[in-house]
Design a protein around this ligand. Sequence first.
Ligand SMILES: [Zn+2]
Length: 180
Amino acid sequence: MKVNIVVTEQEYSYLHRKLFPPGDSNEHFGFGLAGINRCHGGCDLLLRKFISADSSCLLGKSGASVRPDPRFVDYVWTLAKKSSSHLIDFHTHPFSDINVSFSEIDDRSESESFPKAVECLGEGPHASIVLGKNSLDARWYNSQTNTLEPIDSVKILDDKLIIIIPTSSLQRRQILIERD
Ligand SMILES: [Zn+2]
Protein backbone atom coordinates (compact mmCIF):
# COMPACT_ATOMS: atom_id res chain seq x y z
CA MET A 1 0.00 0.00 0.00
CA LYS A 2 1.30 3.45 -0.94
CA VAL A 3 0.94 6.00 1.84
CA ASN A 4 1.71 9.70 1.30
CA ILE A 5 1.67 12.58 3.75
CA VAL A 6 0.22 15.89 2.55
CA VAL A 7 0.95 19.19 4.33
CA THR A 8 0.23 22.80 3.41
CA GLU A 9 3.32 24.98 3.03
CA GLN A 10 2.05 27.17 5.88
CA GLU A 11 1.74 24.23 8.27
CA TYR A 12 5.09 22.77 7.14
CA SER A 13 6.90 26.09 7.76
CA TYR A 14 5.23 26.33 11.17
CA LEU A 15 6.23 22.83 12.26
CA HIS A 16 9.77 23.32 10.93
CA ARG A 17 10.15 26.52 12.98
CA LYS A 18 8.86 24.76 16.10
CA LEU A 19 11.08 21.70 15.61
CA PHE A 20 14.27 23.66 14.81
CA PRO A 21 14.29 26.64 17.20
CA PRO A 22 17.20 28.95 16.35
CA GLY A 23 20.31 28.40 18.47
CA ASP A 24 18.97 25.16 19.98
CA SER A 25 20.69 21.93 18.92
CA ASN A 26 18.53 19.56 21.00
CA GLU A 27 16.14 17.06 19.46
CA HIS A 28 12.53 18.26 19.40
CA PHE A 29 9.21 16.45 19.21
CA GLY A 30 5.62 17.05 18.20
CA PHE A 31 2.45 15.29 17.07
CA GLY A 32 0.41 15.72 13.93
CA LEU A 33 -3.29 14.97 13.69
CA ALA A 34 -4.23 13.90 10.19
CA GLY A 35 -7.30 13.14 8.15
CA ILE A 36 -7.28 10.49 5.46
CA ASN A 37 -8.07 10.34 1.79
CA ARG A 38 -8.16 6.76 0.58
CA CYS A 39 -7.44 6.17 -3.08
CA HIS A 40 -6.56 3.23 -5.32
CA GLY A 41 -4.06 1.02 -3.56
CA GLY A 42 -3.19 3.51 -0.87
CA CYS A 43 -3.99 6.68 0.96
CA ASP A 44 -2.94 10.24 1.70
CA LEU A 45 -2.64 11.37 5.31
CA LEU A 46 -3.60 15.05 5.34
CA LEU A 47 -2.02 16.95 8.21
CA ARG A 48 -4.75 18.97 9.93
CA LYS A 49 -2.91 20.19 13.01
CA PHE A 50 0.62 20.12 14.40
CA ILE A 51 1.04 20.18 18.18
CA SER A 52 4.59 20.89 19.25
CA ALA A 53 5.95 19.58 22.55
CA ASP A 54 7.54 22.44 24.48
CA SER A 55 9.79 21.76 27.49
CA SER A 56 6.81 21.23 29.80
CA CYS A 57 5.68 18.31 27.58
CA LEU A 58 9.03 16.51 27.70
CA LEU A 59 10.72 14.31 30.29
CA GLY A 60 14.08 15.07 28.74
CA LYS A 61 15.87 16.26 25.63
CA SER A 62 19.43 16.35 24.40
CA GLY A 63 21.24 16.42 21.09
CA ALA A 64 20.75 12.65 20.85
CA SER A 65 17.29 11.94 22.24
CA VAL A 66 13.94 13.41 23.16
CA ARG A 67 11.42 11.85 25.54
CA PRO A 68 7.82 13.10 25.56
CA ASP A 69 5.98 13.09 28.89
CA PRO A 70 3.37 10.27 28.87
CA ARG A 71 0.77 12.85 30.00
CA PHE A 72 1.40 14.83 26.79
CA VAL A 73 1.08 11.62 24.76
CA ASP A 74 -2.21 10.80 26.52
CA TYR A 75 -3.51 14.33 25.89
CA VAL A 76 -2.78 14.16 22.15
CA TRP A 77 -4.04 10.60 21.76
CA THR A 78 -7.32 11.68 23.41
CA LEU A 79 -7.59 14.55 20.92
CA ALA A 80 -6.86 12.13 18.07
CA LYS A 81 -9.50 9.72 19.31
CA LYS A 82 -12.16 12.43 19.71
CA SER A 83 -11.49 13.79 16.23
CA SER A 84 -11.04 10.34 14.58
CA SER A 85 -7.59 11.47 13.48
CA HIS A 86 -4.60 9.54 12.33
CA LEU A 87 -1.43 10.18 14.29
CA ILE A 88 1.86 11.37 12.82
CA ASP A 89 4.70 11.76 15.27
CA PHE A 90 7.55 14.11 14.44
CA HIS A 91 11.01 14.41 15.91
CA THR A 92 14.33 15.82 14.78
CA HIS A 93 17.90 14.65 14.36
CA PRO A 94 19.46 18.13 14.44
CA PHE A 95 22.94 16.85 13.59
CA SER A 96 21.78 15.10 10.41
CA ASP A 97 21.80 17.08 7.20
CA ILE A 98 20.91 15.01 4.13
CA ASN A 99 19.75 11.37 4.16
CA VAL A 100 18.45 11.49 7.73
CA SER A 101 17.17 8.12 8.94
CA PHE A 102 15.50 6.58 11.99
CA SER A 103 17.85 5.34 14.71
CA GLU A 104 17.75 1.95 16.43
CA ILE A 105 16.33 3.73 19.48
CA ASP A 106 13.52 5.08 17.24
CA ASP A 107 12.92 1.55 15.90
CA ARG A 108 12.61 0.15 19.42
CA SER A 109 10.38 2.89 20.80
CA GLU A 110 8.08 2.94 17.74
CA SER A 111 7.72 -0.84 17.67
CA GLU A 112 6.21 -0.39 21.16
CA SER A 113 4.23 2.80 20.59
CA PHE A 114 2.59 2.00 17.23
CA PRO A 115 0.77 -1.17 18.42
CA LYS A 116 -0.47 0.82 21.46
CA ALA A 117 -1.69 3.59 19.13
CA VAL A 118 -3.55 1.02 17.04
CA GLU A 119 -5.13 -0.45 20.16
CA CYS A 120 -6.28 2.99 21.31
CA LEU A 121 -7.09 4.72 18.00
CA GLY A 122 -7.78 1.96 15.51
CA GLU A 123 -5.58 0.63 12.76
CA GLY A 124 -4.80 3.98 11.16
CA PRO A 125 -2.48 3.99 9.35
CA HIS A 126 -0.43 6.05 11.79
CA ALA A 127 2.94 7.42 10.77
CA SER A 128 6.16 8.97 12.00
CA ILE A 129 8.59 11.47 10.52
CA VAL A 130 12.18 12.23 11.50
CA LEU A 131 13.58 15.49 10.19
CA GLY A 132 17.19 16.36 9.55
CA LYS A 133 18.24 19.86 8.56
CA ASN A 134 17.77 19.21 4.83
CA SER A 135 16.03 15.87 4.60
CA LEU A 136 13.39 13.72 6.20
CA ASP A 137 12.49 10.09 6.61
CA ALA A 138 8.95 8.85 7.17
CA ARG A 139 7.19 5.55 7.74
CA TRP A 140 3.82 4.09 8.66
CA TYR A 141 2.83 1.14 10.79
CA ASN A 142 1.18 -1.78 9.05
CA SER A 143 -0.81 -3.41 11.85
CA GLN A 144 -1.70 -6.42 9.66
CA THR A 145 1.93 -7.48 9.31
CA ASN A 146 3.33 -5.67 12.38
CA THR A 147 5.93 -3.95 10.19
CA LEU A 148 7.12 -0.40 9.61
CA GLU A 149 6.80 0.57 5.93
CA PRO A 150 8.29 3.58 4.12
CA ILE A 151 6.01 6.55 3.38
CA ASP A 152 6.08 6.99 -0.39
CA SER A 153 6.31 10.79 -0.43
CA VAL A 154 5.64 13.94 1.56
CA LYS A 155 3.74 16.47 -0.54
CA ILE A 156 3.87 20.13 0.40
CA LEU A 157 1.09 22.22 -1.06
CA ASP A 158 2.29 25.68 -2.02
CA ASP A 159 1.60 27.71 -5.17
CA LYS A 160 3.15 24.69 -6.81
CA LEU A 161 3.41 21.18 -5.39
CA ILE A 162 6.71 20.28 -3.70
CA ILE A 163 7.37 16.55 -3.35
CA ILE A 164 9.93 15.28 -0.86
CA ILE A 165 10.95 11.63 -1.12
CA PRO A 166 11.81 10.25 2.35
CA THR A 167 15.22 8.57 2.77
CA SER A 168 13.78 5.01 3.16
CA SER A 169 11.60 5.41 0.11
CA LEU A 170 14.57 6.72 -1.90
CA GLN A 171 16.62 3.70 -0.85
CA ARG A 172 13.80 1.32 -1.77
CA ARG A 173 13.40 3.00 -5.19
CA GLN A 174 17.17 2.69 -5.72
CA ILE A 175 17.04 -1.04 -4.97
CA LEU A 176 14.13 -1.51 -7.40
CA ILE A 177 16.03 0.39 -10.13
CA GLU A 178 19.17 -1.69 -9.58
CA ARG A 179 17.12 -4.91 -9.79
CA ASP A 180 15.67 -3.96 -13.20
ZN1 LIG B 1 15.41 9.64 16.43
